[in-house]
Design a protein around this ligand. Structure first.
Ligand SMILES: NC(=O)c1ccc[n+]([C@@H]2O[C@H](COP(=O)([O-])OP(=O)(O)OC[C@H]3O[C@@H](n4cnc5c(N)ncnc54)[C@H](OP(=O)(O)O)[C@@H]3O)[C@@H](O)[C@H]2O)c1
Length: 340
């Protein structure tokens, strides 16, 4: 019998997830029925939102039960089709979940998007995928930085932060990253080409950030929230913008009581704007953004850095690494070869 390797929930994680919260199982490989098509997945995207989605805390995702396939987005190839709009050989990204094969009818729920590759395929889950669209929307639609502005982004080694900084750099900003460790800062400066990167695990990181942004921060692309946001708010230039994108410092919390909330005093003093960002608002802009992103890649202005592991069975440990903040670059699982 042909098999379909899946990763399912074994138990709800408490705090930082553990590999034993997941179970790797083999189901029967599905085939396409009338009006359906079968996708062979090549890459699985691991994303911070999946922690909240498993627990039912992320918009549009109900809490998973034991035995449910874990939520996730994959890039794959259509290998069987009884659907008029999808042809064998087409490359698609879909909400397939953590599994090797996925049958879809192309419904809105499955969020199937065709990819016309102009860049490495895996990039369509990172810098040219949902994380890249998030960065693009934050920079182009919300921050709208101009030449000479100082642009700071946290979680700078990841696909959202790394792409946001490179897009701001392409617009002539001084770009400073914040990341958790010297290795990550090396990626941010040497691979992404930021002007500087501050390791916030160093004691004097706030002073170093101030020195790196002598005129104050015009745009802070916030992926972390929590106490780091308090520090950043005090270093904003007058009338600066804070793009509220992620709250990574709070994702593994076990109760809402753990973090008392931010000090909003400096928002008033700096006349700052806080702008919330939800990528789903920009999904209709995917084709426009992907064209721009692919062009920047060809021009050498948008580099990617991946933290990838081979084999779906290794997805749980790789996810634990991401949820622990230890990934350096886009967290990705290579499920199967691109060509068979
Ligand atoms: N608003 C939206 O629509 C939207 C869409 C997509 C993504 N996002 C958000 O954008 C952010 C970046 O996403 P990404 O895919 O590029 O992820 P990522 O940066 O590759 O990974 C998350 C990073 O968060 C940082 N982090 C800070 N505090 C942490 C903590 N207590 N525990 C774990 N990690 C911590 C770690 O980097 P450091 O070591 O550098 O701190 C970690 O590597 C996330 O917050 C994500 O939820 C928002």
């Amino acid at each position: 019998m042909a098999e379909n390797l899946q990763v399912q929930l074994a138990r709800q994680p408490e705090g930082v997830p553990r590999a034993t919260d997941f179970q790797v199982t083999k189901a029967a490989r599905p085939s396409a029925g009338a009006g359906q098509f079968l996708i062979r997945n090549m890459y699985l995207s691991l994303d911070p939102y999946q922690r909240g989605a498993i627990a039912g805390r992320h918009m549009g995702h109900t809490r998973l039960n034991q035995g449910d396939v874990i939520y996730g987005r994959c890039l794959g190839e259509v290998i069987e089709s009884k659907h008029p709009d999808y042809k064998v050989g087409e490359i698609v990204v879909s909400e397939s979940g953590w599994q090797q094969y996925f049958v879809s009818s192309g419904s809105a729920h499955d969020e199937v998007r065709k990819v016309k590759p102009e860049a490495p395929l895996s990039a369509y889950l990172g810098a040219l995928g949902m994380p890249g669209l998030t960065a693009w929307a934050g920079v182009e639609k919300l921050a709208q930085p101009t030449l000479g502005d100082t642009f700071v982004v946290s979680s700078a080694a990841g696909p959202v932060g790394g792409t946001a900084g490179q897009l701001a750099k392409a617009k002539g900003c001084r770009v400073v990253g914040i990341a958790g460790g010297d290795e990550k800062c090396k990626t941010v400066i040497e691979t992404y080409g930021f002007d500087d990167c501050i390791n916030y695990k160093a004691k004097d990181w706030a002073e170093r950030l101030k020195a790196a942004c002598p005129n104050g921060i015009n745009h802070y692309f916030d992926n972390v929230g929590g106490p780091m946001l308090d520090t950043l708010l005090t270093q904003m230039a007058l009338y600066g913008k804070v793009i509220m994108c992620g709250l990574a410092s709070l994702y593994n919390r076990t109760s809402d009581g753990e973090f008392a909330g931010n000090n909003m005093g400096p928002v008033v003093g700096k006349r700052a704007q806080l702008l919330g960002l939800v990528v789903y608002d920009y999904y209709d802009k995917f084709p426009e953004f992907q064209k721009i992103g692919a062009r920047l890649m060809k021009q050498g202005k948008l580099a990617i850095h991946e933290d990838r592991v081979d084999g779906l069975e290794n997805a749980p440990t790789h996810f634990v690494k991401l949820a622990s903040g230890l990934n350096n670059g886009k967290a990705l699982v290579a499920i199967a070869p691109e060509k068979v």
